[in-house]
Design a binder for this molecule. Structure first.
Ligand code: DHB
Ligand code: FE
Length: 282
């Protein structure tokens, strides 16, 4: 085991994700008391309905209480919610967009990564393990106009499934960067292929997954936020064909439009993938 594997516990990963959320996100919504009441009442009614339908017992109720307490103690709410709930929020939020498909952000985005020009190698360790990957494409508007100066803010895990800033022992910005497209909206990113990712199994979320007989895998993926002045930002991910978990992603975040078509790289080392983004006007 490497030192990263030894220390990437659910509690440590969860604590980092919780801290990140508190720092980066707005924690309030402009929601009226009527709407809060409606949403809270229907959520509770759904829970009451399940208890009646399945004759939930006192031991089961107490096991649920203990589990909810432990999710909080492990700091795992950002991980749990992004795996099991965020995909439906994204579906509703993006329903009227015409351009490229988005999908969940997940808990491991870090704003403010290093900035690069249109062709860049992501920050990585000397001899970073993994298959070299060249990822290139163009950012356009829905009417086909190339969006010069668009930004591709990319982040992904390493060849062992670990994200910088959420697993120990990795350089701060490993495999994270912001690429500014050229005047024709084109970009070219040199990196390595990410590994499939297993959500931490030693915390409360892992305990649920084990107790239910589920698996903890997400297929290998690249994350990115693509933006241009005057256009709607899209948060999305791209996937690799043939991954055993493309069809049963625990986070339900795979869409057919987000599947890459990797080709052998021209120089014979690793793979080359092309993907174009289409943004809706703001
Ligand atoms: C989680 C991790 C990811 O890498 C991701 O893309 C989505 C969710 C998680 O552990 O919750
Ligand atoms: Fe991820």
């Amino acid at each position: 085991m490497t030192s990263t594997e030894e220390k990437a516990t659910a509690a440590a990963t969860g604590a980092s994700a919780t801290e990140r959320f508190r720092t980066d996100k707005q924690h309030t919504a402009d929601t009226s008391p009527e709407r809060v009441s409606l949403l809270a009442r229907e959520l509770l009614e759904a829970v009451h309905g399940i208890i009646r339908k399945h004759d939930v017992t006192y031991p089961e109720y107490d096991a649920l209480k203990a589990w909810l307490i432990q999710v909080g103690a492990d700091g795992e709410w950002p991980l749990f919610l992004d795996v099991f709930v965020e995909h439906v929020v994204e579906e509703v939020a993006s329903a009227t967009r015409e351009g490229s498909k988005g999908t969940i952000e997940g808990p491991f985005y870090a704003p403010g990564s290093p900035e690069f020009g249109a062709e860049a190698t992501l920050p990585m360790r000397d001899g970073e393990p993994g298959t070299p990957l060249v990822f290139h494409g163009q950012v356009r508007a829905v009417d086909g106009t190339p969006l010069g100066g668009a930004e591709v803010d990319i982040w992904h895990c390493d060849d062992a499934g670990y994200y910088a800033q959420f697993a120990p022992g990795l350089p701060e910005w490993n495999l994270r960067g912001r690429i500014t497209a050229d005047a024709d909206g084109r970009f070219r990113i040199h990196t390595i292929q990410p590994a499939p990712y297993q959500i931490p199994t030693d915390g409360a979320t892992g305990a649920l997954i084990r107790s239910a007989g589920w698996h903890a895998w997400r297929p290998a993926h690249l994350h990115m936020k693509v933006s241009a002045a005057g256009y709607q930002l899209i948060t999305t991910q791209l996937y690799f064909p043939g991954d055993p978990h493309n069809d049963d992603d625990i986070a339900s975040a795979v869409k057919p439009e987000l599947m890459l078509d990797p080709r052998p790289a021209a120089d014979g080392h690793g793979v080359d993938v092309e993907y174009d983004y289409v943004l809706d006007p703001a």
